[in-house]
Design a protein around this ligand. Structure first.
Ligand SMILES: C[S@@+](CC[C@H](N)C(=O)[O-])C[C@H]1O[C@@H](n2cnc3c(N)ncnc32)[C@H](O)[C@@H]1O
Length: 225
């Protein structure tokens, strides 16, 4: 299974409505996509755009933006907010289909692939690879890490990296959550050239609950044939 219907319920109940651009996306695009920014263009595909937090950023850069998002509720709201993107924001499962022309310069994913099982993530990454031009860049942020406290929460889903049914913490009600370590990421991205990979660790000191947030950011390039 790819898209988890729990997301539809989440948006229908009016939660998870992040609308400010995510700072890691802004800085990684600025750092790794300079030639496109200088040129003032390029085609970008977002996998799982949610409430559209990253849309104003790419539009401000003059980029041609497309997205695939599984929740029809949130996509309807985006079509109302951005009528000119009605053909560009597609309701679908990004592990199954990519309805656009495949010559993207950038594919971005902020915390979307990581809400799928390992086999679905492999499918989505293959789709992302096929969607990019040679030399194109994949930017993934907030891929949860096995060092995240909640890797021990919930129960195992389809494979050893994926958990579900969390009863506390940030993952309640969002279905599958995939947690990576470095060898696993290198294996998932074996077709790409990894040009940047970092793990973020935030240890909470107050309240004193020993919580640790941990996630990966990764930038990978589709090699020339
Ligand atoms: C944590 S939210 C992130 C939303 C957005 N990227 C952001 O940064 O604000 C994850 C999003 O991915 C979408 N999603 C997860 N798996 C999907 C799939 N297989 N196909 C399409 N959308 C999916 C969910 O519906 C949700 O909107």
């Amino acid at each position: 299974m790819g898209f988890d219907p729990d997301w539809e319920k989440t948006y229908a109940s009016g939660t998870h409505l992040s609308v400010w651009p995510w700072s890691d996306i802004v800085s990684l695009v600025n750092r790794h996509c300079k030639p496109l920014i200088t040129r003032g263009g390029g085609r970008v595909l977002e996998l799982g755009c949610g409430a559209g937090a990253n849309i104003p950023f790419f539009r401000a850069l003059g980029m041609d933006y497309s997205a695939i998002e599984g929740s029809s509720t949130i996509v309807r709201q985006l079509h109302e907010r951005y009528p000119d993107l009605a053909d560009k924001i597609h309701i679908g499962d990004f592990t199954q289909e990519q309805p656009f022309q495949s010559d993207f310069d950038i594919v971005i994913d902020r915390a979307s692939l990581t809400h799928n099982t390992t086999s679905s993530i492999r499918g989505a990454l293959q789709m992302a690879f096929d969607s990019l031009q040679e030399g194109g860049i994949f930017i993934g942020t907030d891929w949860f890490s096995k060092n995240h406290t909640d890797f021990k929460g919930g129960e195992q889903s389809e494979d050893e990296f994926t958990r579900k049914n969390h009863t506390k913490g940030q993952f309640v009600g969002v279905g599958n959550v995939h947690f990576s370590d470095e060898p696993h990421l290198r294996n998932l991205f074996s077709k790409f050239e990894i040009i940047f990979m970092e793990e973020k660790l935030f240890r909470r000191h107050e309240p004193k609950d020993k919580h640790q947030f941990a996630s990966w950011n990764i930038v990978a390039r589709k090699p020339n044939a």
